[in-house]
Design a binder for this molecule. Sequence first.
Ligand SMILES: [Zn+2]
Length: 117
Amino acid sequence: MSRQKQRQIQRQHRRTAPTPPGLVPVNVDALAPYNSYGTPHFVARGYYEDIPFKCANCGNAQVWRAAQQKWWYEIAKGNVESTAKLCRTCRRREQARRQEARRVQLEGLARKRGRTS
Ligand SMILES: [Zn+2]
């Protein structure tokens, strides 16, 4: 087996293997303010854990990875009460749908502006 192939398999493994408990710690200072909600589960525990869920759109079984949660809560400043609802495919589709809706809306506005000026 080539070295490259080996590395590819390792990377694949890292992406699908369950995250060991405690590997992805919670940085409380980086979270969006949550005082009104009480202490979230993962904050009390001190680390993120993979969360299995079903896509709300297509029903596919999914795992919301610990590292993804860290990104969502600490980098994207997602609400601490919010969780993953859609699988990657459905999320992409939803994003594309929203972008298209926005494009159509902007085009409409531009047309209207063109008529009145
Ligand atoms: Zn889905």
